[in-house]
Write a protein that binds this ligand. Structure first.
Ligand code: HEC
Ligand code: HEC
Length: 489
């Protein structure tokens, strides 16, 4: 929830925990529980389309390249050459602008709405009206699959026999005669796959089995859950609800609302850096700076401002939200992502600025506890009593790694007032004096241990077969401590 809506933001936290009041939480339509029935012809076609790299201008990129099933359908930093944003384009040398989100549980997203604050819609800025509308975009986006238009996409489909057969089985030969109709149907097919296939919403995490009484949380995970829900500690549940809401029979760990949480600028995004070079051949990268609602006196040339730009709804998406470029109060506002599978979807946030969950939570609880803020009325210096996690006192660094002059430095200073500074965990309840992070290091460990229980693929009958994500492996010290207390899993 954005800063000005603090009243409703806090109300949302309590109201939405009540299953009886779920209709008040902004959900405008439930999605049917996925059936175990055989996949529809549309979903079969959708799966073939999703993984067919020959449909891209480079011949090297499919949806599945940037949304990898084993990474909860997010991108893979290895194939992205270590960049926090994907590469694409006709010769795979164009860089993207955002970290690819997980597609798991995305089919539960409600339509975009501005009533009572922004909610829903697809993409991190909610600009696509449906999964089907969204799925058309990557095929014709110059820095992704990079076809010039629908005609080029359909030409490639006609040259890809297996995918073509699946498509024709679902939509008939006639669907190919008009390229835009064919691209619409391709979108519908992919949406059917993302909605119907359980791969996208298995609800098979340890936490799900715990709720059903088939798995036990360790004391550490249990404590992490309590901190997650505690309004004075983690308060994560205020935006990433651990309780079910109207969208699904299960908790989704997002309420699909939008907020400006002032994440630090990521200088590894080529668009943020005028002298970016290709990680492949060292050649200067051609970055088409998109028109964006950046004030002329802004500190840096390019900003990703979420709801207010640079991206706008596609012309052909008749049901899309309005263009919000002129609504500067929404600049810097992004959709709350699910935390399901969060342990396997590094890096984090729309700009991929953090690569570990521990670091994310350290940032959350110390965001305004540092020594360089223009917004914080009572800045605390680094060192004892200051930000305990960053020797430099801040996560906000300039391109050279030194503390930035600007706090929320991924936002023009002019829009700093849009940042939510009134909800835990950003700002401790004691805001205004005597600030200290709401979680200490051991509590952060516990919270992260809980987040690790949200990874799908747990088998309560064979817990030892479960592959623990790398950042969830207990440290030697934690294992020793647990053994001593007799609480080792
Ligand atoms: C080059 C990498 C790349 C390719 C290829 C790609 N995506 Fe994405 N995808 C992204 C990025 C980056 C975003 C976030 C963009 C934004 O928010 O503006 C995204 C966002 C999405 C979303 C929005 C999820 C949500 O919760 O709102 C969906 C759905 C999606 N992609 C599906 C697809 C499908 C289907 C295809 C193939 C037709 C595809 N993607 C191809 C990188 C890619
Ligand atoms: C007031 C709302 C709010 C609260 C409270 C909140 N978050 Fe978030 N969270 C967001 C928003 C909005 C984003 C997306 C921001 C972006 O992409 O720039 C986000 C993103 C994240 C991400 C990155 C997800 C991804 O896929 O990249 C993680 C991890 C996360 N939050 C964890 C937490 C934890 C843990 C807590 C509690 C300590 C918490 N959040 C509290 C709103 C909130």
């Amino acid at each position: 929830m954005i800063a000005k809506k603090i009243g409703s933001g806090l109300k949302r936290a309590s109201v939405c925990l009540l299953a009886a009041a779920i209709a008040a939480c902004g959900g405008s339509g439930t999605v049917a529980t996925p059936a175990a029935a055989p996949p529809s012809l549309a979903a079969v076609a959708g799966k073939a389309l999703f993984f067919d790299a020959s449909l891209s201008a480079s011949g090297r990129q499919s949806c599945g390249t940037c949304h990898v099933p084993t990474r909860a359908f997010t991108g893979d930093p290895a194939t992205d050459h270590g960049l926090p944003v994907p590469l694409g384009g006709r010769t795979m040398d164009q860089t993207g602008f955002r970290n690819a989100p997980s597609l798991m549980y995305a089919s539960f997203t409600p339509p975009f709405s501005l009533d009572g604050g922004p909610v829903g819609g697809f993409f991190r800025d909610g600009r696509a009206s449906s999964l089907a509308a969204q799925a058309q975009a990557p095929f014709v986006t110059s820095f992704e699959m990079a076809n010039a238009d629908a005609r080029e996409v359909v030409g490639r489909l006609q040259d890809s026999p297996a995918t073509l057969a699946a498509f024709v089985a679902a939509y008939g030969n006639d669907a190919l005669s008009d390229p835009q109709t064919a691209l619409n149907d391709m979108g519908l097919a992919i949406a059917a796959y993302e909605t119907q296939d359980d791969e996208f919403h298995p609800f098979s995490s340890k936490f799900d089995y715990y709720l059903q009484g088939h798995a036990q949380l360790t004391p550490q995970e249990q404590n992490g859950l309590a901190l997650y829900n505690n309004p004075g500690k983690g308060n994560c549940t205020a935006c990433h609800p651990s309780q079910r809401q109207s969208f699904s029979d299960h908790a989704l760990f997002t309420d699909f609302s939008f907020d400006n949480i002032g994440v630090p600028r990521n200088w590894a995004i080529p668009a943020n850096n005028a002298e970016a070079v290709s990680p492949i051949d060292g050649a200067p990268l051609s970055i088409a700076l998109l028109p964006v609602d950046v004030p002329s006196d802004a500190e840096y040339a390019y900003y990703d401002l979420g709801l207010c730009g640079p991206f706008v709804p596609a012309v052909g998406d008749a049901n899309a939200r309005p263009n919000l470029a002129a609504t500067t109060s929404l600049c810097g506002v992004f959709k709350v992502p699910t935390l399901r599978n969060i342990a396997v979807t590094t890096p984090y946030f729309h700009n991929g600025v953090f690569s570990g969950l521990h670091q994310v939570v350290e940032w959350y609880v110390t965001r305004d506890v540092n020594d360089n803020t223009g917004n914080n009325p009572n800045p605390v210096a680094a060192g004892p009593g200051g930000n305990p996690y960053m020797p430099g006192g801040t996560f906000y660094t300039a391109a050279d790694g030194t503390p930035d002059l600007y706090e929320y430095n991924d936002l023009p200073v002019k829009y700093d007032a849009n940042v939510n500074i009134v909800e835990v965990p950003y700002t401790p309840p004691t805001f205004g004096g005597g600030q200290a992070p709401t979680l200490n290091a051991a509590e952060i460990d516990d919270l992260v241990a809980f987040l690790c229980t949200l990874t799908d693929g747990y088998d309560p009958k064979n817990p030892s077969a479960y592959v623990i994500p790398a950042q969830c492996q207990p440290t030697a010290a934690a294992t020793a401590a647990a053994l001593k207390q007799g609480t080792a899993p």
